[in-house]
Ligand binder design. Structure first.
Ligand SMILES: C[S@@+](CC[C@H](N)C(=O)[O-])C[C@H]1O[C@@H](n2cnc3c(N)ncnc32)[C@H](O)[C@@H]1O
Length: 433
């Protein structure tokens, strides 16, 4: 990695990095990018531009510690660059994996689908467990159809089936369920209403299987429509369910990190995928609270509370003390705790990124500011301060106004805090030589 990110434009100093807006707005989504729209995602145009500027090649590895729907890993994969992506949510791991099925493998994956859909159609009895979390959303016949497909996927995806191909079959289930649950969604993309039991989505086993087949076929068509570069060999890609606080990667092994940590806006990333998690057997309302606890930005309170560290920087410590002193109800008893958890996770994740990067390696992080009541949570500044305290050189920062603001789509948002439009920033750190 070099300082070759530097580009001179009339508005910038010659030694400043110019980065494109990370947001997806205005960027047409096609093919695999459309498979699982993720409000929290950044654009492949942004990732592609960073990969070029960092001069990534087939000999360098990039990592996204919060890989989400896999924009970083898909873009690197398409460019022939080895990549690694982690996310704590096993649903997002599946989606990101599915997006690395290449156009060349479309035929064999479609063949697997033909065999598993006929297996699912042949199944006759499937005991529905009383505590199957899918029963929150769907009536028993629909759940039976979903479980027929799940059984066929799990039994037919043996060692000859690649992980990403299996993930594609599962992502087709996620998409089919999501389409059926449209009535329970609102303008807030992070929210899905839990229906009363008499309002659950009803249908037949056959209806679900037909819808699933149609979704899968559209995904194979997406793959077939992609241009195939037969001269490029497929780069290695490793996508795993893991925490950014403990990256399962050796120190000094990653050349570039591109990622966006969860926003500090009380978005519960596990809740937003509760239906897909239910398919995987997780009931986030009961037994699986531990997954919600471990998510950065969780609104649940963990059993052990971290202490403020000086290394979090002046901006962070001042902000946390202002929350502690805030007169509003629950500021000190609840909101201070969720913010402490958030910044502790962020600090430990940045330490991990520093550990795994090679010397002179680059890290490009996309972060967004927000408000707690009228208090400004200047996350870009906080990240810059934490990063420098850890030992990074702060190379540059670019700010972009945000058009889709989660505080505005959330009907419960406090109106006082939304007069200022949030800013999304790209922070460029370099690990010293
Ligand atoms: C802002 S999103 C990233 C979106 C991604 N850049 C994309 O384009 O799809 C943040 C992601 O971090 C994940 N996450 C939350 N806490 C995590 C943790 N401690 N370790 C790893 N991933 C985490 C969430 O599940 C979510 O998918």
């Amino acid at each position: 990695m070099t300082a070759s990110l530097l580009k001179a434009t009339p508005d910038t100093q010659p030694d400043q990095v110019v980065l494109p807006n990370p947001k997806q707005n205005g960027v047409p989504h096609v093919g695999r990018m459309t498979w699982f729209p993720y409000y929290a995602g950044f654009s492949s145009v942004f990732v592609d531009s960073v990969l070029r500027d960092l001069r990534c090649s087939s000999k360098t590895t990039v990592c996204d510690p919060w890989n989400g729907a896999g924009t970083t890993t898909q873009t690197a994969f398409d460019a022939g660059i080895p990549s690694i992506g982690f996310d704590l949510n096993p649903v997002m791991t599946r989606v990101a994996l599915a997006r690395t099925v290449s156009a060349q493998s479309a035929g064999v994956t479609a063949e697997q689908h033909r065999s598993l859909i006929s297996d699912a159609r042949r199944r006759r009895s499937q005991k529905i467990h009383a505590d199957d979390p899918l029963r929150v959303w769907f009536t028993d016949d629909v759940v039976r159809g979903i479980r027929f497909v799940a059984g066929a996927i799990n039994e037919s995806c043996d060692t000859t089936v690649e992980r990403n191909q299996k993930a594609l079959h599962e992502t087709a289930v996620f998409r089919t369920m999501k389409a059926m649950l449209t009535p329970f969604r609102s303008s807030n993309p992070t929210w899905i209403r839990r229906p009363e039991s008499n309002q659950r989505v009803c249908g037949t086993v056959r209806g679900f299987l037909d819808a699933y087949d149609e979704t899968a076929q559209s995904m194979f068509a997406d793959l077939r429509d992609e241009a195939v570069d037969t001269t490029m060999s497929e780069p290695s890609v490793w996508i795993e369910t893991a925490s950014s606080l403990k990256l399962p990667v050796k120190e000094c092994s990653i050349h570039g990190v591109i990622g966006s940590p969860p926003y500090c806006t009380r978005i519960d990333y596990a809740v937003t995928t509760s239906v897909e998690l239910a398919y995987l057997g997780y009931d986030i309302t009961s037994s699986e609270r531990s997954m919600r606890h471990s998510m950065t930005g969780t609104s649940t309170i963990r059993p052990k509370q971290p202490k403020i560290l000086d290394a979090w920087g002046t901006t962070c410590c001042t902000f946390l003390n202002a929350i502690r002193r805030h007169p509003s109800k629950a500021s000190e008893s609840y909101y201070l705790k969720t913010h402490l958890q958030y910044f502790d996770d962020l600090y430990r994740s940045l330490q991990e990124i520093f550990r795994v990067l090679v010397r002179s390696g680059d890290s490009l992080l996309v972060v967004q500011d927000s408000y707690y009541k009228e208090l400004h949570n200047d996350l870009p500044q906080i990240v810059a301060e934490i990063g420098t305290a850890i030992g990074f050189q702060l190379e540059n920062r670019q700010d972009f106004p945000v058009t889709l603001d989660m505080a505005r789509v959330n009907p419960k948002a406090n109106q006082r805090r939304i007069t200022n439009r949030p800013v999304e920033s790209v922070i460029h750190f370099k690990k010293p030589k």
